[in-house]
Design a protein around this ligand. Structure first.
Ligand code: NAG
Ligand code: NAG
Ligand code: NAG
Ligand code: NAG
Ligand code: NAG
Ligand code: NAG
Ligand code: NAG
Ligand code: NAG
Ligand code: NAG
Ligand code: NAG
Ligand code: NAG
Ligand code: NAG
Length: 704
């Protein structure tokens, strides 16, 4: 019976998970008939100029509009807007041939397993398949058109999509069973723990996969074992753990053909060996079920992802004319988006592996290790001699070098969702970055995406005004959902840079914060007990639902206002009192945090204004302050305290409800009492669990 079930599951997996060799190795295939088409200004062979979205995507997303309509109506009805009859509003739009329906997108940041688990919780808050969602959630997942992820966010996204769009509820329900998705009790390097026989088999299988790819004539790199290791954790139900499952095979899955999932996009950055990228000069690549490419002027083209692996020159088949497919293994794609592997794979000696298993793993990894082991080379380079794009360094190389999508510090993959043709009206940006010293986000990702729009190499896009990270932290913008770009009328000077018809989406920013669990785990935490895993997910649920809808009962209504805003603006409909009230509350009001003194600590943006640790600081805690810190004494203190410290009196700039007393001598200050009604970068919304933890230390610098 077991054998029979296995046989059936193989059949299912193979029919869905297409690779030309039914293995990890790419293989030769018939060339697609469109190659016979004549070249023109926008198409050459496998390549297409990035002047619009592909016709495949355009058709797909229009069909998706048809599917999202009813869930959208349901969500808006549940939100009880009184100023507008949302059903008839949407029906009018459908009957108006020049109007279009609102489109919703979700975007999930990187951050290793932390990002994966936070994202899982966050999406479960939006999914009507989660138990209790009707009462405590925002069921708008079924109304969503696009979903993007990078690095840890791409692991999360691929896990859902390529497990047939399973729900987080299902994953939770299966927790602890054999072959359960997301068993993180052991590292991906020794998934069977001390069962070294199974671990040895595991490494043997991975070795075989990699040999098969090499034997087929393809380059192998650290990204290969990396993607394969992760795939064992994400696709445990597949007989081959996803070895034969290609990213583009999704085109043939029912869930995609029926348009019943949002259009998935995974982000990665371009970087040549020996160079560094910063947000301003990165080339942002995206993988979607149809294509790989970049909207940036450096590349400005897309290739049919299915045939990547074929030697191409100027978009045409080169070599002896043979076409190849199967290089786009799903694990290889999300492995490319998350090239943190040097941090992980090199921890082999901290695992419980020994004997055969250890040597198998060791020889494989040592073999593949090199100086640039955080780069995923895609060889042959599909953009070789591309007729479009300005980057000669990328276009003249045999390899396309891709790295972790977060390397340019735009850790929330917003950029693909800003493409005008995609018609996204509202983006829910889920930021699970570890920006501050305590691994909480500080809005840096949004700031970088904002700044990048003014750089030439970035394609035409606009992104709403956002403040600096100090303001994010100080003004509590990471503590509750915040809307950016609420009124198109305020964005016209940004839009002018692009073209006057383009209006950037409204962005709803949701930062990871502790509601019920300390979810600020390290990006390099490799193991999660089942309990920790569930706690992370539960906390994420509260992040996306603003505390399970317990904080502000009008939140769903305000989300509904945000979803409809761009559409109403297009139709020339006034915002109305109800939504105006929402926006007054949830939109960033344009205020930035003003320093009272320019000489604030140099690591300010890195550490954040608020200490995010949730442990109760002890009384009489001693702080050793260096002399350079002393010069910052009194700079912008968000602490209300009485202090006998040297330096200026911190009470002059109190604003956050902290009370501290300190005594100091020289460069050492001893805090004698600290209390607060808040915690975290943002603070005021504590779920009951944390009421006990409301005491916290802040504004150390003030106490010198
Ligand atoms: C260029 O060719 C592609 C396919 O080869 C076709 O879809 C497209 O419409 C053509 N564009 C123009 C401007 O002729
Ligand atoms: C949307 O669905 C309706 C009813 O099912 C159908 O008549 C229509 O052709 C569909 N439109 C698109 C663009 O698929
Ligand atoms: C969730 O929403 C979808 C789409 O509206 C609907 O088909 C499905 O029945 C709903 N499921 C539950 C459990 O409510
Ligand atoms: C909307 O109205 C219904 C019925 O009056 C009520 O049960 C529900 O809680 C309301 N929802 C919101 C978000 O106010
Ligand atoms: C149809 O939609 C367009 C643009 O969205 C709008 O300008 C126009 O007024 C609408 N027409 C009607 C009859 O509502
Ligand atoms: C929020 O709702 C989810 C889903 O029903 C539940 O798992 C979680 O425990 C709730 N959290 C709190 C703090 O009540
Ligand atoms: C995938 O999910 C769809 C819809 O939920 C279902 O119809 C289909 O049978 C599933 N496919 C597999 C292989 O489980
Ligand atoms: C990006 O800019 C940084 C700093 O100016 C520079 O060091 C780096 O080489 C640039 N990278 C690329 C790929 O141009
Ligand atoms: C093309 O070259 C590949 C590898 O070099 C070889 O395996 C294949 O048989 C060749 N095909 C033809 C049609 O010559
Ligand atoms: C593991 O190996 C690295 C170098 O590969 C070394 O720096 C580190 O100290 C080793 N750790 C242990 C626990 O042996
Ligand atoms: C944005 O526009 C609205 C309405 O047009 C206006 O009330 C508001 O003051 C503007 N906000 C900013 C920050 O400019
Ligand atoms: C941030 O939250 C704290 C604690 O609740 C509050 O005292 C402070 O006024 C808030 N700051 C802003 C700018 O809203």
């Amino acid at each position: 019976m077991f054998k029979l079930l296995t046989a059936i599951s193989i059949l299912i997996s193979i029919s869905n998970a297409w690779s030309p060799t039914d293995s990890y190795a790419p293989g030769s295939v018939d060339c697609p008939s469109y190659l016979k088409n004549d070249d023109n200004d926008t198409h050459v062979g496998f390549l297409r100029k990035a002047s619009s979205i592909s016709s495949d995507e355009l058709n797909w997303i229009q069909e998706r509009d048809n599917i999202t309509l009813q869930p959208l109506k349901d969500f808006l009805n549940g939100a009880n807007l009184t100023d507008i009859d949302t059903d008839s509003y949407l029906d009018d739009i459908i009957s108006n041939s020049t109007a279009r329906l609102p489109r919703i997108a979700l975007s999930f940041s990187g951050g290793g397993y932390r990002a994966l688990l936070c994202a899982a919780g966050q999406i479960s808050g939006l999914d009507n398949r989660t138990d209790g969602n009707a009462e405590t959630g925002l069921p708008l997942l079924a109304a969503t058109s696009y979903i993007s992820g990078l690095s840890g966010g791409s692991w999360f996204l691929s896990s859902l999509v390529y497990n047939n769009w399973t729900s987080i509820q299902d994953i939770i329900d299966q927790n602890g069973q054999d072959d359960a998705i997301w068993d993180f009790e052991h590292m991906m390097l020794d998934p069977y723990g001390i069962n070294i026989v199974k671990d040895a088999e595991f490494w043997d299988d991975i070795s075989d996969d990699i040999d098969a790819k090499r034997d087929a004539g393809f380059n192998v790199s650290m990204t290969d074992p990396w993607g394969r290791c992760l795939s064992h954790q994400f696709f445990p139900d597949l007989e081959d753990y996803g070895a034969s499952m290609t990213f583009t095979s999704l085109r043939d899955w029912d869930i995609f053909k029926n348009h019943s999932i949002p259009f998935p996009i995974i982000v990665s950055d371009g970087r040549s060996p020996g160079t560094k990228i910063i947000s301003l000069n990165s080339t942002v690549f995206e993988f979607n079920p149809f294509e790989l490419g970049s909207w940036d002027s450096t590349i400005e083209s897309f290739v049919d992802l299915k045939y990547v692996g074929t030697p191409m020159d100027g978009g045409k088949v080169s070599g002896n004319g043979t076409c190849y497919a199967g290089l786009d293994n799903t694990g290889f794609v999300f492995g490319t988006s998350s090239t943190l592997f040097n941090q992980f794979l090199l921890q082999l000696n901290t695992t419980s592996l020994s004997g055969l298993a250890y040597s198998a793993a060791k020889s494989l990894l040592t073999d593949l290790d090199n100086d640039e082991n955080d780069i995923a080379p895609w060889v042959p380079n599909p953009f070789f001699n591309s007729p479009w794009g300005s980057s000669h360094s990328i276009k003249s190389d045999d390899s396309l070098y891709l790295v972790d999508g977060g390397e340019d510090d735009q850790n929330v993959p917003l950029y693909p969702l800003l493409v005008e043709d995609r018609g996204v009206d509202v983006i829910f940006a889920f930021d699970n970055s570890a920006d501050t010293d305590q691994y909480w986000p500080d809005g840096a990702s949004l700031m970088n995406t904002y700044e990048r729009q003014f750089v030439n190499s970035s394609a035409n896009y606009a992104f709403p005004y956002v403040p600096d990270t100090d303001t994010f932290l100080h003004n509590n913008l990471t503590a509750k959902p915040v809307f950016f770009g609420c009124y198109a009328s305020n964005l016209t000077s940004l839009m002018k840079e692009v073209d006057t018809t383009y209006v950037p989406p409204l962005v709803i920013y949701n930062a990871n914060r502790p509601w019920s669990f300390e979810s600020n785990t390290s990006t390099f935490k490799l193991k999660y007990s089942d309990e920790e895993k569930l706690s992370m997910i539960q906390n994420g649920y509260a992040v996306s639902t603003f505390g399970n809808l317990t904080i502000e009962e009008n939140y769903p209504r305000c989300v509904a206002c945000a979803i409809l805003q761009r559409s109403k603006e297009r139709q020339g409909i006034e915002i109305g009192d109800e939504c105006k009230e929402c926006f007054d509350y949830y939109c960033w009001n344009g205020e930035t945090y003003n320093y009272t003194n320019d000489s604030y600590p140099s690591d300010f943006t890195k550490t954040g204004r608020y200490n995010n640790t949730i442990s109760t600081p002890s009384k009489d805690e001693e702080l050793n302050l260096s002399s350079s810190d002393s010069s910052d004494a009194g700079a912008d203190v968000s602490v209300s305290s009485t202090s006998t410290a040297n330096g200026s009196n911190p009470t002059t700039s109190s604003d956050s409800g902290f009370t501290a007393e300190a005594v100091s001598s020289g460069s050492t200050a001893t805090v004698s009492s600290i209390s607060s009604t808040s915690k975290n970068a943002g603070v005021q919304y504590n779920s009951p669990v944390w009421i006990n933890f409301v005491t916290l230390v802040l504004g150390w610098f003030a106490l010198i």
